[in-house]
Design a protein around this ligand. Structure first.
Ligand code: ADP
Length: 596
């Protein structure tokens, strides 16, 4: 579980980092968009503000002149010329071609008016066009600076042009400056026609009431006007805008962007007409030009967004991806080495545990060996001590030269001790050899057809002799014969071991041995009524060197008898079972296949 978590950690970290990178990327794109949009709006507003500001400057100049003219009812032609000269149109108000006065002339005053103007140094002055007589005329009497082109306008009745008349009436009725739409400007012969506008400022009779439209209507004496060439005007207004500016714009008369109303096209390419015109940003603003609305349509050029900022989102994304990759790589390495370490630690733990088991087994083996050596020494010591005593006694007789005087009964006893103790030593050595053989898997059988009842009976008879005089006695129950293919010596060994144990632990009670043939098997049952074996110890009695009975200390034995017995039974392909209850008795049952 923990391992799985460790493995998925680099992926989780990489996913989070990727998510964060994408979020920052999207945020950066949004920010750059916002920045560009704000930049575009600022540039567009600058165009609007520059135009409005410049127009207001011009109108202010006209209003100042209006104020000057209004308070000087007897203003001379020369004084007006000098005043206008001081305004320095060419440098201060580019685009203004002239500033002049329009006088309202009633039909009844026409001849007086004509002679008055002619007497002022303009002998060829006349009012034109003059197809028919009218109630009143609005004639240009003065237009400065005095030059050939402006001279063409003198005497022109502007009310005959409906566009100009409309602006004049608006100025008259409102009292404020009013502009015409685009009109062609009069030019000297040989030069092309130029579009322009006229701005009119009303002039009322000095000192009269101009509060209401009626009053203004009644007291109007004429207009101060300016003619402005629009392309020169706009060129000067937008002279600060760099030619490679990322935005383009067009200015239209009216509120709609109709091509026929185009007043000014900044790059002269009329971009909106092209079929693939699809700017990223566009904006419509309007300005008031002497009571008329003009519309500025601005839009971004394709390279508007081409700046260093444009690359920031890509750089942010690439950096994010790079960081994600690095994080993944580092955590991957870290996790891998952590997993390796954990694996090594587990291997080490396993090795340690294995070593601990081996160490315990070795300790147990050493302890078992020590115990065995001490028991074996003890077992060997007893018969050897007994033999030593007999031999010493014999040596004493020989030394005294009285061997012939040794009583026959004592000699018999000595011989019997020799036979018994040598037999015991032989048994011990045989047992040890059998253990070694069993361990090496070399416990081989010499099978032959035998009558088992005969073989077992001989052993029982031997034990009966040994037990003579003791309280324990053996009873054997068996049929006449049971014939099978067994290793005679090994059958003897099994019987000897089991009978000697039963006798050893019988505590003076009888031992019953029963031989039978059950379902093709030889069955040997040895039952005693002795000390018995506890349930816990029952599991261990067939192990090597296991001696478990309460009275083990008082009874001889290496704890090898049952181990060897079981090995022999296994070699015959049989089984051995034991049932026991403490202080009630023990029954060993051996079953061996009859063999062929
Ligand atoms: P030993 O030669 O020391 O008797 P065995 O392998 O023959 O060794 O027996 C193992 C142990 O089993 C004995 O030390 C003894 O404690 C117990 N044992 C064997 N037979 C009997 C029995 N009939 N009654 C009680 N205990 C027995």
């Amino acid at each position: 579980m923990r391992n799985q978590r460790n493995h998925s950690l680099p992926y989780i970290i990489a996913a989070l980092s990727l998510l964060l990178s994408l979020m920052v990327w999207v945020l950066t794109i949004r920010s750059i968009e916002l920045y560009n949009s704000t930049r575009f709006k600022t540039l567009s507003r600058n165009i609007q503000n520059d135009t409005t500001y410049r127009l207001n400057t011009y109108i202010n100049a006209m209003e100042q002149t209006q104020a000057m003219v209004s308070v000087s009812p007897y203003l001379t032609r020369n004084a007006f010329r000098n005043y206008v000269k001081k305004l320095n149109f060419e440098n201060e108000y580019p685009g203004i071609q002239g500033m002049g006065l329009v006088e309202k002339v009633l039909a009844k005053d026409l001849s007086t008016h004509l002679s008055q103007v002619k007497s002022e140094g303009l002998p060829s002055y006349r009012i034109w066009p003059l197809e028919s007589l009218r109630r009143e005329y609005f004639s240009i009497t003065n237009l400065e600076p005095h030059n050939k082109r402006n001279g063409l306008y003198l005497g022109n009745d502007l009310s005959q042009d409906p566009v100009k008349l409309e602006a004049m009436l608006l100025a008259r009725d409102t009292g404020f400056p009013a502009a015409t739409g685009i009109v062609p400007l009069l030019q000297e012969k040989g030069t092309s026609e130029q579009p322009g506008i006229f701005i009119f400022v009303p002039l009322y009779r000095y000192g009269t009431n101009t509060q209401s439209t009626n009053h203004r209507h009644k007291n109007l004496v004429g207009f101060l006007f300016s003619s402005i060439r629009v392309d020169t005007f706009f060129k000067s207004v937008f002279s600060r805008i760099h030619p490679s500016s990322p935005i383009d714009f067009e200015i239209y008369q009216g509120e709609e962007t109709r091509p026929e109303n185009l007043v000014y096209d900044h790059d002269g390419k009329a971009s909106f007409k092209t079929s693939n015109f699809n700017p990223s940003f566009r904006m419509k603003t309007s300005i008031d030009v002497g009571g008329k609305t003009w519309t500025i349509f601005s839009y971004s050029l394709p390279f508007f967004s081409w700046s260093f900022y444009q690359w920031i989102p890509t750089m942010v994304l690439l950096t994010g991806l790079l960081v994600t990759g690095l994080l993944f790589w580092i955590t991957q390495i870290h996790t891998h080495s952590a997993a390796q370490e954990a694996k090594r630690a587990r291997e080490l733990e396993g090795a340690l545990a294995e070593n601990a088991v081996l160490f315990r087994q070795a300790q147990e083996a050493l302890a078992a060996r020590d115990e065995f050596l001490s028991i074996a020494s003890h077992e060997f010591k007893t018969p050897l001590a007994s033999l030593k005593l007999q031999i010493q006694s014999l040596v004493r007789y020989i030394a005294k030269g009285s061997l012939a005087q040794l009583p026959p009964e004592k000699f018999d006893k000595m011989a019997s001790v020799f036979v018994t103790q040598l037999g015991r030593l032989t048994d011990l050595v045989d047992n040890l050899l059998d253990v070694t053989r069993a361990r090496a898997g070399k416990l081989t059988l010499q099978r032959e057809v035998i009558n088992v009842v005969e073989v077992v009976s001989e052993i029982v008879e031997r034990f009966k002799l040994q037990l003579e005089g003791s309280e324990t006695y053996i009873e054997m129950h068996a049929p006449e014969e049971i014939v099978g293919c067994f290793d005679r010596l090994r059958i003897e060994q099994i019987t000897e071991n089991l009978v000697s144990n039963a006798a050893k632990y019988a505590s003076g009670k009888p031992v019953n041995l029963t031989l039978s043939e059950v379902q093709g098997c030889l069955r040997l049952e040895i039952k005693d009524e002795g000390v018995g074996i506890s349930e816990e110890n029952l599991k261990r009695i067939f192990e090597k060197f296991e001696r478990v009975s309460e009275n083990d200390d008082s009874v001889n034995g290496l704890g090898l008898g049952l181990f060897i017995t079981k090995q022999i039974i296994d070699a015959h392909g049989g089984v051995i079972n034991v049932t026991s209850r403490e202080n009630i008795g023990t029954t060993f049952t051996v079953e061996l296949p009859m063999g062929t």
